[in-house]
Write a protein that binds this ligand. Structure first.
Ligand code: KIV
Length: 277
């Protein structure tokens, strides 16, 4: 476990040296644990929409949602690099609006970098953000903000033309100045080809073991997700079950007056009590 502060240079210089670790977080309590555990990067993902706010996609997530949760995460972190997702329609309309919104995530919420979904079509925006001093991570493959265009949450890049497009997009993003690239739900062979073709670290999620790093949604890996678990997730714990059982124990303790016990209880001096009666 490392105690040193992670910067964008640390991330870029790790390529080919050591695998990078990234996990999502949306609040102070979880972010503090991940920061202290030694994670390289925390992503305040717009998966916030699904796992915290209960939407069926990331599309309804707003700038205000992202700023609110990113602030909570950055308050908890002393060494981890915090990356905030730019939500749907916060960067697509114009480069100017993208700059204003990315600036808010850095200036108001304390993010160290932002992440944008998309390929060659967003390189002008990326260049503007990078020139303005805002580090950017790219995101290719299954890009959840385009779920309606992709026709669902499916593995991307399986045909030759689709694979070539993702490879070209990766090269375009690297040239535009992203310091890392998330690759979501693509065949592991394509992820390897991209990883070998760009000079920035690739961070995989459902993209096999040949990327320069890995990212998972914290609720998935901790077993807090009671619904569908994607094939690429390794569930390290079943916290949903733990929390369910703990809640039932609490209900039972209260109903049987086992809780609160003496050690959880305050008392007052007898002479004060006598005067009260
Ligand atoms: O929003 C998110 O959690 C993400 C990860 C799946 C990479 O973008």
């Amino acid at each position: 476990m490392s105690n040193s502060i992670v910067t964008t240079s640390t991330i870029k210089n790790s390529k080919g040296i050591k695998p990078l670790t990234m996990i999502t977080a949306y609040d102070y309590a979880f972010a503090k644990i991940f920061d202290q555990a030694g994670i390289d990067m925390i992503l305040v993902g717009d998966s916030l929409g699904n796992v915290i706010l209960g939407y069926s996609s990331t599309l309804p997530v707003t700038m205000e949602d992202m700023i609110h949760h990113t602030k909570a995460v950055t308050r908890a972190c002393s060494r981890t690099l915090v990356v905030a997702d730019m939500p749907f329609m916060s960067y697509q309309v114009s480069t100017e609006q993208a700059l204003i919104n990315a600036g808010r995530l850095v200036k108001e919420a304390g993010a160290h970098a932002v992440k944008l979904e998309g390929g060659a079509e967003i390189t002008a925006t990326i260049e503007k953000l990078v020139q303005s001093g805002i580090p950017v991570i790219g995101h290719l493959g299954l890009t959840p903000q385009s779920v309606n265009q992709l026709g669902g949450f499916k593995v991307q890049g399986k045909t030759l033309s689709a694979a070539q497009k993702i490879l070209q997009d990766a090269q375009a993003l690297a040239t535009a100045g992203v310091f890392a690239l998330v690759l979501e739900c693509i065949p592991h062979q394509l992820a390897l080809k991209i990883t070998e073709s760009v000079n920035i670290p690739t961070i995989g999620i459902g993209a096999g073991n040949n990327c320069d790093g890995q990212v998972l949604v914290c609720n998935d890996l901790l077993g807090l997700n009671t619904e569908f678990t994607p094939k690429f997730v390794k569930k390290y714990r079943n916290l949903q079950q733990e929390i369910f059982t703990a809640t039932q124990e609490y209900i039972n303790d209260v109903q049987t007056r086992t809780f609160p016990a003496t050690e959880h209880t305050f008392s007052m001096q007898d002479e004060v009590l006598e005067k009260l009666y």
